[in-house]
Design a protein around this ligand. Sequence first.
Ligand code: AMP
Ligand code: GLY
Length: 437
Amino acid sequence: MAKSITRNMKILILGSGGREHALAWKIAQSPLVDEVYSAPGNPGMDKLGPCFDLDITDLKAVQELALQLHPDLIIIGPEAPLAAGASDALRARGFDVFGPSQQAAQLESSKGFAKDLMQKYGVPTAAYGRFSDLTEALDFLETMEAPYVIKADGLAAGKGVVIAETLEDAENTVEEMMTGKFGDASAEIVIEEFMEGEEASIFVMTDGEGAIYLPVAQDHKRVGDGDTGPNTGGMGAYAPASVVNARTLELVQTTIVEPMLSGMAEDEMPYQGVLYVGIMVTEAGPKVVEFNARFGDPECQVLMAGLPGDIVPALLVCATGGLTTAHSELCDMMGLSDFRPSAVVVMAANGYPGTAEKGTVIRGLEIAEAIEGVMVFQAGTDVNEKNELIAAGGRVLGVTATGNDLKAAIANAYKGVAAIDWPGGFYRKDIGHRILK
Ligand code: AMP
Ligand code: GLY
C-alpha cells in the first residue's frame, strides 16, 4: 500500500451532523484507531472522543486545531468547509485529508461548474443553460418545456432547486433568484431539462484515480409520507437500493464516474474524497442530477451501519494515494461484499424544514439502542442545564438499523423510533416504501 497503515491512529472529523456521528462511530471501532476527535461534534460524538467547539469554515481556526492535535487523518464531513477550502488549508500544513480541494469541490458548490465539466467530458445529464443575465435566462425559458427546473448556482442549504409547473411560475422563480433570494448563491442560475425516472445516490471513494463503489443508497427528500411536501436534507434512507441494477451501475462507472475522475485529473484538479453522484435512472440510462463533494446525510448513516469491516484503511488511502493497487485489499477490509442491509429513519423537530422548534426534551435513546442492530445517530442535539438531551436543529436523530434483509432493517429502525419519547419531533412512516411494495 502506498502509505503503510499504522496503528494508534488519531483521527479528526469536522462536522456535527448525523453523517459525522456515523463516521465517528464507525471509525472508533477500528482497531487501528486510538482517538476520534470531533469539531465541533455533537453530544453523540462527544461519547466517542473529545469535541472541540469551532467554526469549521474558519480556516485559520481549523489549522490551529490540527496543529494542536496532530491527527493522522482529517475527514471533512459537510460541504461548507470544503467549499471554503479547508482541505487545501490543512494539506498546506502537511496533514492527510479525506475531502476534495476547494477547486474540485466546486462540483457541489457551483452547479454551473459541474454542468460545464459534464458537458466537456461527455457525461450524461440534463440539457441546460447557465445564466447571470436575467433577460437571457427568461428568453431561454421560452425555448424549454414544462416542468422547468431552475437551480441557484451556489450552495443554498438544499433549497436552491425549484421545479416549476408553468412558464409563469418559472419566470417568477428565475426573477426571484436572480434578484437576490439566496444572495450571491443565486446571482447566477442554471435552467435545465426535466428528467423523468427514479433517483438513487451513488458513493464513490477515490484518491483521484482509483474508485471504490459503496452500496447504492436511496434517500427520501420530501418531508411528508408518499413523497409529499417540501424538500428537506433527507428524511430517511436505505441501502442497498435495487433501483440501480448491475447494468445501470456499469453505465454509472463507464459513462459518469470514470470520465469525471480522469477528466478532472487531466485538468489538474484531481478529485479526492467521496464523490456523491445523484442520478436519475431514466429510460435512456443513468443521468446525473447533481454531484456532491461529501457523503450524503442520511445516506452515510446506512452505509456506516451496514459495513461490517474497517473503513479506516480506505479513508487513509483515498487521502494519500495508491487506491488502484490496494483496491481489492481495501474492499475486503471494509467487508464490502458482506454489507448488511440497513435503513435510517430521520426524526426531525416539529416545524422542519421551516423554523424548527428548539429545546424540546428527548428521552429513550438508551432503550432504542438496546434493540439488536439499532444505532441512534445524533444531529441537531444539545444538552440543557439539567443534562437532558434536547433538540437544537431541524434534523435531530437518525434512527438506524441493520437486518437480515431490507424489510427487517426497516422494521428494526421503526422499533427504535417507537422507543424514543419525543413529543417535539416527527418522522416519515414510509421509509423504504418503493422496495416494500
Ligand atoms: P439537486 O439539489 O440538484 O439534487 O436537486 C434537488 C432535487 O430536485 C433532486 O433530488 C431531484 O428530485 C430534483 N431535480 C433536480 N434536477 C432535476 C431534473 N433535471 N429533473 C428532474 N428532477 C430534478
Ligand atoms: N441526503 C441528501 C444530501 O446529503 O444531499
